[in-house]
Design a protein around this ligand. Structure first.
Ligand SMILES: Nc1nc2c(ncn2[C@@H]2O[C@H](COP(=O)(O)OP(=O)(O)OP(=O)(O)O)[C@@H](O)[C@H]2O)c(=O)[nH]1
Ligand SMILES: [Mg+2]
Length: 389
């Protein structure tokens, strides 16, 4: 899907237009996108069996994922969904084995490369599950929780309490346990399915398939939104690099200004230049007050939701004034004192101080505004994704 409109808008500092470009896309336009679903969870929980059942295969069939009682240390394997277009089911190794301990699992398997997750758990909701949930939420991604091996729970219950056996009651209890665990991790609308991969026509298995089918376009759109910050980042860097090249000229101008033997001129000049360029950067990147208000309206959120992620807002001209008086103010005073006795060396020191100060401060300022642009865009895309799902 062409991203030219989005990229152009970011390049021209119009984040509102960039978001509007995304909003205009119909859900159908995402049909051709691929959704990479990672099937993860504790070792032996039935991940590979679930993938086989979703593909209408049994263990041992040709093309089926390998299942068994032993821990596997293999690489993630992709299996295309035979019914849902553009869906890859990735069979991941289990969490918490000697090959993949919980602490290093997310990093080693690079979970960020997947778009969506199915966490498979064969027992009660546990800390391993909670850890995976937190990691997925941290990435702003979504997941279903699948409680597998329902047949075993039902069988055990039937044997233990044959007289009071109530299948729906037991399934409901398991669903509630999963939802409680997920809610405790701050999951807003927990989606938990109780299934048996050995009986894909029973329990919540058909509902799991239907839900995935119904939500597919929205999940693809959400994955697309999450991929956009990576598209925007090089454009922001490119703009930053172009602006950075100008900083020398500005610093040199102030260096010359500072060499003029007028007390306080260097100090005032640095302040004015800093203020002018800070606001200029905000406008160029599209994160000035007016642009932010327009962007907030576009995503239907309060502007505060965008400004809270901005760190450069701490660098106001007043702050700069303070910074200046703290760091270079003393130097300027010394220089001005020097001037009376040694005008030439005084002018040189004064110019040097102005040059270094302006250069460093503008660089810091530029980097900070560029980072904020990325953060604001991420926040806006996140909000847009949340609005749609
Ligand atoms: N009764 C029952 N057994 C199941 C079910 N799903 C999987 N199993 C069994 O559980 C064992 C582990 O299943 P796998 O599908 O290999 O589990 P896995 O999560 O892929 O395991 P690893 O890849 O090693 O982490 C196998 O012996 C399966 O036959 C199920 O729904 N019901
Ligand atoms: Mg497996």
């Amino acid at each position: 899907m062409a991203l030219d409109g989005f990229k152009d808008a970011v390049y021209h500092g119009s984040l509102t237009e960039a978001i509007s470009n995304v909003q205009q896309r119909t859900l159908e336009s995402f049909n051709s996108h691929t959704l990479n679903i990672a099937v993860t969870g504790e070792s032996g929980s039935g991940k590979s069996s679930l993938i086989n059942a979703m593909r209408g295969l049994h263990a041992g069939d040709e093309g089926a994922a390998e299942t068994g009682m032993l821990d596997t240390m293999g690489e993630p394997m992709a299996y295309p969904d035979p019914v849902l277009p553009g869906v890859n089911l990735w069979d991941l190794p289990g969490v918490g084995t000697s090959y993949f301990p919980l602490d290093s699992y997310c990093e080693r398997l690079n979970l960020s490369r997947y778009d969506f997750f199915i966490i498979v758990g064969a027992q009660r909701f546990r800390s391993d599950h909670a850890r995976l949930v937190r990691e997925i939420q941290r990435m702003g991604k979504r997941f279903y929780f699948v409680r597998s091996k329902a047949d075993m729970d039902l069988d055990a219950s039937r044997r233990q309490r044959p007289s009071s056996y109530n299948e729906e009651g037991i399934l409901q209890q398991i669903r509630e346990d999963c939802r409680r665990g997920l809610a405790a991790e701050g999951v807003g609308h927990p989606q938990a399915f109780v299934v048996s991969s050995w009986e894909p026509n029973h329990y919540d298995f058909p509902l799991l398939r239907r839900t995935l089918q119904t939500e597919l376009q929205r999940l693809k759109r959400h994955a697309f939104l999450l991929s956009l910050p990576a598209v925007a980042s090089p454009i922001v860097n490119q703009k930053k690099a172009a602006l950075k090249r100008e900083i020398w000229k500005i610093a040199l101008f102030l260096c010359l200004l500072a060499a003029v033997p007028v007390p306080g001129l260097a100090f005032l000049g640095t302040f004015v230049v800093f203020r002018k360029h800070l606001f200029r950067y905000y406008i160029i990147f599209g994160v000035d007050d007016r642009s932010l208000s327009a962007l907030a309206r576009q995503i239907g959120k309060p502007v505060l939701e965008l400004t809270t992620v901005m760190t450069s807002l701490g660098i106001t001209p007043m702050m700069a004034l303070k910074l200046l008086s703290d760091s270079v103010g003393a130097a300027v005073m010394v220089v001005e004192y020097l001037w009376e006795r040694h005008p030439v060396s005084g002018a040189m020191v004064s110019g040097g101080v102005a040059l270094v100060t302006t250069f460093l401060m503008l660089q810091k300022c530029l980097a900070s505004v560029a980072d904020d642009t990325r953060r604001v865009l991420c926040k806006a895309l996140e909000a847009e994704g949340g609005n749609a799902i």
